[in-house]
Design a protein around this ligand. Structure first.
Ligand code: ADP
Ligand code: MG
Length: 473
């Protein structure tokens, strides 16, 4: 068995034990680089993955390796950035690795929304990422969320059809998919189909081309819950509307649940037959709107762990305050901030996110952010550094300079000394004077402590990189 095959087997046995998102995040682009009698060298694309695998998943990995090669005793994790590019043949692409054994039907060969199995028809274009539990509820989407929850407990009853409308990126698809997932969880035997209106149309067109619209109709007749996303797309598509009208009636008459989303309320749909429009209004119509500041902030807080990121609260507040259009945008800014920080191995700050927002929204003002100041290289004097470090760690300048020996103060103090020494080139004696008349050996010792810790602490490296950026370096 070669290294790649060996590693794939290891990964496949780890995969069921972890949450999918974690598994994909941390094992993407990893590889076995070398194996000798007792040690395996595992290559990882970046220092985060190394840190994480070592701290969180080491036991899983070693167990899995030992189950294949019992003589192995230890693992050496090696950062190798070339794995990241996906160009190294030794690296495993997790997406393709786990796509095959996953039970749900993500990639259907014939592009159909359903496939026939031994026990009937199953569907699923559902993404497990979308759940009702991770949908953050606020005043502007509470009703929609409640309607979805009600549909889950009693599909096909009073909220039928459920019609959800609202602008782009406000959570409609999330709610639709989450509802589908929840229904399937509660009623595993049921057939839940999620499909976009566009895809629905393409299927019809294909069926007509193949001259078997009957098969198309029969399949949809077996559905227990039909979820159609972005129905506005059917505007002026006469033939598709006709077909959808029949499907709708058939399902509705049999008390099957129908859930529809749209970018506007039924009466404002353009080029949609009146009879369809009036059917959309027979059940429950709810809207989702752009959420208020508190809800936006709550969404950001909820998204950080999903992306395995730790971001200072003030940075999240800053983002929540400055995004005005959609939750997709909100999430986009957050993801870019995370990605940028990962790339630079630092932590997002108001300054770095402010520059990012400025770039994204050319004309809109970014509140609470002074672009010119951000561009100036500010840190020229020891006092600037002291101010930046105190700000960053949320402690006062007098604490930083003062006598406290508490860890939360000592570390930032030593970091400041280090930065002043190494970035401003000031002498140990003078730094001693800056910090309330300390001796030059104290400063020397502080700097050495930091140099030592930088070798082992990835958190410190990230803080240091973020601080240097704050200093305009
Ligand atoms: P739409 O279909 O209305 O255009 P989406 O459902 O695709 O919007 O939402 C865009 C992104 O915002 C998705 O990643 C979704 O998970 C996220 N999102 C929207 N609303 C919420 C919410 N209330 N809580 C958590 N995430 C949300
Ligand atoms: Mg959508």
């Amino acid at each position: 068995m070669d290294h790649l095959e060996f590693w794939k087997q290891v990964l496949l046995s780890i995969e069921p034990k972890l949450k999918r998102s974690n598994f994909v995040t941390w094992f993407q682009d990893t590889a076995i680089l070398d194996v000798n009698d007792t040690t395996v060298a595992v290559g990882v694309p970046n220092p985060f993955a190394k840190d994480w695998l070592q701290k969180k998943y080491h036991q899983f990995i070693i167990d899995a390796i030992k189950s294949i090669r019992p003589q192995i005793e230890s693992i050496e994790y090696v950062v190798m950035s070339s794995l990241k590019a996906g160009q190294d043949e030794r690296a495993v692409n997790i997406q393709t690795l786990v796509e095959k054994p996953v039970k749900s039907i993500r990639k259907l060969p014939n592009k159909s929304v359903m496939r026939v199995t031994h026990d009937g028809v199953q569907s699923k274009f559902l993404n497990e990422r979308y759940r009702l539990e991770n949908f953050v509820v606020g005043p502007d989407n509470r009703l929609a969320h409640a309607a979805c929850s009600a549909v889950c407990s009693r599909p096909g009853s009073e909220y039928n059809p459920l019609f959800i409308y609202g602008g782009v990126g406000l959570g409609k698809t999330h709610l639709l998919q989450a509802t589908g997932n929840a229904i399937l969880k509660r009623f595993p035997e049921s057939v839940v189909v999620y499909i976009t209106a566009e895809r629905f149309m393409n299927e019809i067109v294909e069926a007509i081309g193949r001259r078997n619209t009957k098969q198309f109709k029969d399949r949809y007749r077996q559905v227990d819950c039909l979820i159609i996303d972005d129905i506005q797309f059917l505007g002026n598509k006469e033939m598709t509307q006709e077909e959808f009208f029949h499907t709708f009636n058939e399902l509705y008459d049999n008390n099957k649940q129908i859930i529809i989303s749209s970018d506007r309320p039924p009466r404002e749909l353009k080029g949609v037959q009146d009879r369809l429009m009036s059917r959309f209004g027979m059940g429950m119509i709810v809207d989702v709107q752009f959420p208020d500041y508190e809800t936006r902030l709550a969404i950001l807080h909820a998204k950080c762990p999903e992306h395995n990121a730790i971001i200072p609260a003030e940075v999240l507040e800053f983002i929540a305050f400055n995004v005005h259009h959609s939750i997709r945008e909100l999430e986009g800014v957050l993801l870019q901030a995370i990605a940028q920080a990962q790339l630079e191995n630092s932590t997002p700050t108001v300054r770095s996110v402010g520059l990012l927002l400025k770039k994204l929204s050319k004309d809109e003002p970014v509140a609470g952010f002074d672009e010119q100041a951000a561009h100036r290289s500010i840190a020229r004097a020891p006092e600037d550094v002291i101010e930046i470090v105190a700000d960053y760690f949320k402690i006062t300048k007098s604490d930083l300079i003062g006598e406290s020996r508490r860890k939360e103060i000592m570390l930032p103090r030593q970091i400041s000394m280090y930065l002043i020494r190494h970035e401003l080139g000031r002498s140990y004696e003078n730094i001693g004077l800056d910090f309330g008349n300390r001796s030059h050996t104290t400063v020397l010792h502080g700097c050495e402590m930091i140099i030592k810790k930088l070798r082992t602490s990835t958190t410190l490296v990230r803080d240091m990189n973020a601080l240097k950026k704050e200093m305009g370096l």
